[in-house]
Unconditional design. Sequence first.
Length: 297
Amino acid sequence: MSRTNSVYKKSYNRALDYLATMNEDSLLPPETELADKLNTSRTTIRAVLEHLDESKIIHWEGRKKTILRAPEKSDYYATDETRSASAKVESLFMDYILGSDRAPGTILRESELAREFGVSSSAIREYLIRFSRFGLIEKEPNRHWVLHGFTPSFAEELSDVREIFEIRALQTFCAAPLTKESRAALLELKAEHDDMLANLDTDYPKFSRLDERFHRQLIQAQDNRFIEDFYKLISLIFHYHYRWKKTAEKERNRVAALEHLAVIHALLDGETDKARTAFMTHLQSARRTLQTSVKWD
């Protein structure tokens, strides 16, 4: 098992978390049981145990695996290293598009993107093929990829489907009491929105990330693979779109952040009807903003 593999690194970090719950001199369970506990394969577990032994975190002799010390922060792989190649490419591609003003007709070359992102050309190709079905990029036969234009009719269709999915997601979110995890996530979002608004002059560009996290928090309640897949397109258009006008961006983000907070406050207070009303207001505002604030091709 290669130690450059994100699956291995996630398993290694989970193993460290597991060791942190045990005392020094404790014995680890057999490999099969450990693989079940960490939800990974025996092959990966053996590689993890070898690394733990090399790092003097455990002593492995025969079937006996003894904990020598508690894991330290420096023992863990960084979060960025544990992401899969596809997740890494998706995030980097969004930032690549967001951080530039690439016009329709822009050429996208797999080899150049691979060097830019530090991933393999095959990972880039797989991502672009999946993303191309939305019609915003297209592969020219035996050549490069081309970034296509974005039209008002495309935006209207996108908004229609977005509202169907997200209204359903909010209904699901409101149908059950808030879990401890959901409440904590909403409180964290609230604090970050408050902080952005308090420092609006400098922090308003951070709203794209906040907007994505706010909507994804609701989408996750659906636990629907088709909605999750479609939401990748939503993320590009609504949160990272390369054709947003920069004029009035600060005010646009301020208004949207306040709309988010209205929904968050209502959800935290258990006022589901109020949350639905506030969310509908936000979706209608997002539709208007998309039509008026994008540089159409």
